[in-house]
Design a protein around this ligand. Structure first.
Ligand SMILES: [Zn+2]
Length: 179
């Protein structure tokens, strides 16, 4: 876990489009286990591979927001349905030190993905899970949650995060943050 490092808000890696995963193998499974532990330690609800600097299309989702048999890792996720109904809720991102703001997103989605056994699957999600999946899939396309905010709100949010990042750098804690 110690070898994973979080990319923060202004990191250019977060603006890249990630590449499709070609093979699900044991190296990917092991990596996802580490990523899951890293996300849990930071108290995140989800984490996308580019947030730890790996530009490949897979995400992990915290089991507390999944249905009982739901997969914690979604490889090559594609949103195949978004409801017209929308929902506005507080949303944060580990790459923004979990500083949150209200974001409006579709209330329900269907996502197509491959699980860690290499099997193609579908998951229907609403509420927090739908929000987490949309947020993490955005990361795979270089989109950040702040992009969904108005220009003014985005600026205020980024200023808050930058200030906090500077404080953490001074304290020597950036990269090892517990929120
Ligand atoms: Zn995020």
């Amino acid at each position: 876990m110690a070898d994973l490092k979080l990319c923060y808000m202004d990191d250019p890696l977060l603006r890249e489009t990630s590449a499709k995963v070609e093979t699900v193998d044991r190296y990917l499974v092991e990596y996802c286990e580490r990523m899951y532990g890293f996300m849990e330690a930071l108290r995140g609800a989800g984490l996308a591979a580019p947030q730890v600097g790996r530009l490949e299309r897979f995400i992990v989702v915290h089991r507390s927001i999944l249905p009982p048999a739901g997969d914690e890792v979604l490889v090559n996720p594609i949103i195949t349905f978004e409801s017209d109904e929308v929902m506005t809720d507080e949303e944060g991102c580990l790459s923004f030190l979990s500083v949150a703001d209200s974001v409006t997103r579709p209330a329900a989605v269907t996502v197509e993905y491959v699980d860690l056994g290499g099997e193609a699957k579908n998951m229907e999600a609403d509420g927090l899970l739908a929000r987490a999946i949309l947020h993490e899939v955005d990361h795979l396309n270089g989109v950040l949650f702040a992009d969904h905010l108005s220009r003014l709100k985005r600026k205020l949010l980024k200023d808050r995060v930058r200030k906090r990042l500077r404080e953490l750098e001074v304290e020597g804690k950036a990269g090892h943050i517990k929120i």
